[in-house]
Design a protein around this ligand. Structure first.
Ligand code: USQ
Length: 398
């Protein structure tokens, strides 16, 4: 299939592009390189030395003989370029990763809250409007997040996107209806993904756009079979307090002998997935677009759930590290339950990669290899969700 990957230079986008190309799809990457500019702005760099995108695709072609095309533009603000690309490439599948994806970055300042909303909502809406305007019957595969569901402590297995509710009419007769599972986003970033869902519902209903929304958990790991083929293909690995995700951060911290930064007591339960499964899920979603009609298909892209404190203990025991409970910069429940269904992707053939010491070790080896690239001062998370969190971190009253 002809597949357009929006945000194909990023942490999930790049390994997905390679995986789809390795599976004989004709891949075109779109990227504005804003993620690389944010590294400069934050004065931090990926733990792993990532090549430029032109070097990456050249290396891929040398190693495998497969071609990946690249187009540089800003999806959120260059609508005419988008229309032009859609009419030239005529993609059958469009994978949409092109959003600001870090919760702490989205909460750092009023400017970055506004940037996140402006970028993410415009990007998604431009895409949907352009698919309709170009008259394309493309299947849109969007990377959403498990965080749209929020973290209530109700012992349920979260369904995949929808809930059937009953409500009485004026005469007391019961009616039932399927609604989107109520959202409870925990950051401006997660809020944008919640709002994306309404855009998808509208365009699926009004224009028949075929859409799959993947509610992904927290990704851990960095390499995939394809990115490991050549050092120029290496994936990025964020460890800093804004973009680093929890388990990857713990692994780098352990490799450096830095205490593991558990927020609060670490009672937060979250959903996880290894990057190798992310790319497989993207392919399974892309290749099953015929099953998608006017109803948005929502799939929970998660393989397991863990408590942050349990992950810290596992890393401390297997790699050797000290655990430090730091004041939580986020406004989030100290403890929650979480369990989610993932029948859709299992039904499509996903065989989950479970958290195991061997794979943890792979990331630790990468962290040790590139330890001299780490700026330890960038490890703590200093993005505070509100003024109470800021003053509590400073030792004042919360
Ligand atoms: O050093 C740290 C970093 C994080 N946490 C805690 O770990 C949990 C997860 O934080 P995270 O930064 O790993 O994940 P999150 O901010 O939710 O965002 C990440 O995971 C989301 C999936 S999910 O969490 O919504 O399922 C994706 O959508 C995002 O793109 C990705 O950045 C939070 O309770 C946080 O307070 C720590 O205890 N210590």
């Amino acid at each position: 299939m002809r597949i357009l990957i929006l945000g194909g230079d990023g942490f999930c986008g790049w390994p997905s592009a390679l995986h789809l190309s390795a599976h004989e799809h004709q891949v075109t990457i779109v990227d504005s390189f804003v993620r690389r500019r944010i590294d400069d702005e934050l004065r931090v760099q990926s733990l792993t030395p990532i090549s430029t995108l032109s070097e990456r695709v050249r290396a891929w072609s040398e190693v495998t003989g497969r071609r990946i095309d690249v187009v540089e533009f800003d999806l959120a603000h260059e609508y005419d370029v988008l229309l032009d690309v859609l009419s030239k490439v005529r993609p059958e599948v469009i994978v949409h990763f092109a959003e600001q994806r870090a919760a702490p970055y989205s909460m750092k300042s009023p400017e970055l809250k506004r940037y996140t909303v402006d970028n993410n909502l415009n990007a998604t809406h431009n895409l949907l409007a352009a698919v309709v305007q170009a008259g394309l019957d493309a299947h849109v595969v969007h990377l959403g997040t498990m965080g749209v569901y929020g973290y209530e402590s109700v012992p349920v297995d979260l369904p995949e996107g929808y809930l059937t509710v009953s409500y009485p009419d004026r005469d007391g007769h019961l009616h039932s209806r399927e609604i989107l599972y109520p959202t409870a986003p925990g950051s401006v970033y997660h809020l944008t993904k919640s709002l994306d869902q309404l855009l998808f519902q509208f365009y699926a209903r009004n224009d028949g756009v075929r859409i799959t929304d993947l509610h992904q958990g927290i990704v851990w790991g960095t390499q995939t079979d394809e990115t490991a083929l050549d050092s120029r293909l290496i994936n990025r690995f964020d460890y800093d307090g804004d973009f680093g995700t929890v388990l990857n951060r713990f692994l780098v911290q352990a490799a450096l002998g830095h205490p593991l930064t558990v927020h609060g007591t670490g009672g937060q339960t979250r959903a996880f997935i290894n990057i190798r499964d992310t790319v497989r899920c993207i392919r399974l979603a892309a290749e099953s677009g015929d099953a998608v009609d006017g109803r948005v298909r929502v799939m929970n892209q998660v393989t397991e759930t863990h408590r942050v404190s349990d992950l810290a203990r596992l890393v401390a025991e297997t790699i050797g590290a000290r655990i430090s409970e730091v004041p939580n910069p986020r406004a989030e429940a100290d403890e929650n339950l979480l369990s989610a269904r993932n029948d859709h992707l299992l039904g499509l053939g996903l065989e989950p990669t479970r958290l195991d010491a061997g794979l943890l070790q792979e990331s630790v080896e990468i962290a040790q290899k590139y330890a001299d690239r780490v700026d330890v001062s960038r490890i703590p998370s200093t993005s505070y969700w509100n003024s109470a969190r800021r003053s509590s971190a400073a030792g004042g009253d919360a």
